[in-house]
Design a protein around this ligand. Structure first.
Ligand code: SF4
Length: 324
């Protein structure tokens, strides 16, 4: 089950690591009454030790319902912030504070404040991949699972700003027929897939279905027979009669796809160059070792100013109500 981690133990800057890191983490989990939440894009060892694995929406819901005293969030900064927004009295730990997000960073609060002020009659729908500051400036939060459903519930005469992901925004426009004002943000990972290489793969594997996350560019989405959130892609692969898939999203999800459908073949969509840049560099900052140290040291901890937390909570609650 735990594939690579046991062979890699040793000394770190913070001290000696236990020989059996998995048992040590389980022991700390009991001591702290902690729950480990992990995103599908985390490395396989972290996915295997997590109490709950999910995409942004599933993790937000899990964070809202946990009885644990400590939430160890194996994901990126905005996700851990969301857990803190929903659980002000719980300690939220992020294994590496530098695990940010290029998409969240593409929407700085000052610029977005000016953009919003230029469209005073617009409702702001923001993708959950944004900072707590942007959430606090939003009316409704959405994820890639529920963005279409949420926009469809807003009266047709109500103008809408959609932020920060322009590709998801365009996908929502196409699905709903609504004219959204888009913030021009994007994710480095989902913009890296090469249309040319996907077409070459489709020729090499004629039986394979191409599937994609809506954060991908239109040039990639048009080759996909199924487009959906990370959780929807996972479910689709399990249920489809196809035996081969070209997967255009962060390849960390393939670990779960392979576990749920071991007899099927999953081919990661290639990036523009021969590099690992289709892997999220921020998600990959978290390691099992850092997760252990975070639990051992009760740090790094996510903290938020209360007025920001309260303002960011309202649009998240609206999302949870509208996507129930
Ligand atoms: S894959 Fe893209 S959107 Fe997701 S955390 Fe990484 S940079 Fe952000």
């Amino acid at each position: 089950m735990f594939t690579t981690a046991l062979a890699q133990r040793g000394k770190t800057e913070q001290g000696d690591l236990p020989l059996d890191l998995f048992t040590a983490i389980e022991t700390l989990k009991k001591e702290l009454n902690a729950v480990i939440l992990a995103h599908y894009y985390q490395e396989p060892d972290i996915q295997d030790i997590a109490d709950f694995i999910g995409d942004s929406l599933q993790l937000a819901k899990a964070a809202a319902h946990t009885n644990a005293d400590v939430i160890v969030f194996a994901g990126v900064h905005f996700m851990a912030e969301t857990a803190k927004i929903l659980n002000p009295d719980k300690m939220v730990l992020l294994p590496d504070l530098n695990a940010g997000c290029s998409l969240a960073d593409s929407c700085p609060k000052e610029e977005f404040g000016a953009f919003k002020a230029a469209h005073p009659d617009h409702l702001v729908v923001s993708y959950i991949n944004c900072s707590a500051d942007i959430k606090a400036m939003s009316d409704i939060i959405c994820t890639s699972s529920n963005a279409v459903k949420i926009v469809q519930q807003i009266p047709k005469n109500q103008p809408i700003i959609f932020a920060p992901d322009k590709n998801l925004g365009r996908y929502v426009m196409e699905k709903t027929g609504r004219d959204l004002v888009l913030w021009e943000g994007s994710c480095v990972v989902h913009e890296t897939f090469s249309e040319k290489k996907i077409v070459q793969l489709k020729i090499a594997y004629p039986q394979a279905e191409a599937i994609a996350h809506p954060e991908c560019e239109t040039t990639v989405l048009r080759h996909a027979s199924f487009i959906g959130s990370t959780a929807a892609l996972l479910k689709y692969c399990e249920q489809s009669s196809s035996q081969e898939f070209i997967v255009a999203t962060e390849p960390g999800i393939i670990h779960q796809m392979q576990k749920r459908a071991p007899h099927k073949r999953f081919i990661p969509a290639p990036p523009l160059n021969n590099c690992a840049c289709n892997e999220c560099p921020f998600m990959r900052l978290n390691t099992l070792e850092k997760l252990y140290w975070a639990m051992k040291n009760r740090a790094p901890e996510i903290t938020l100013q209360e007025f920001i937390r309260e303002a960011a909570l309202r649009p998240i609650q609206r999302m949870l109500e509208m996507s129930a």
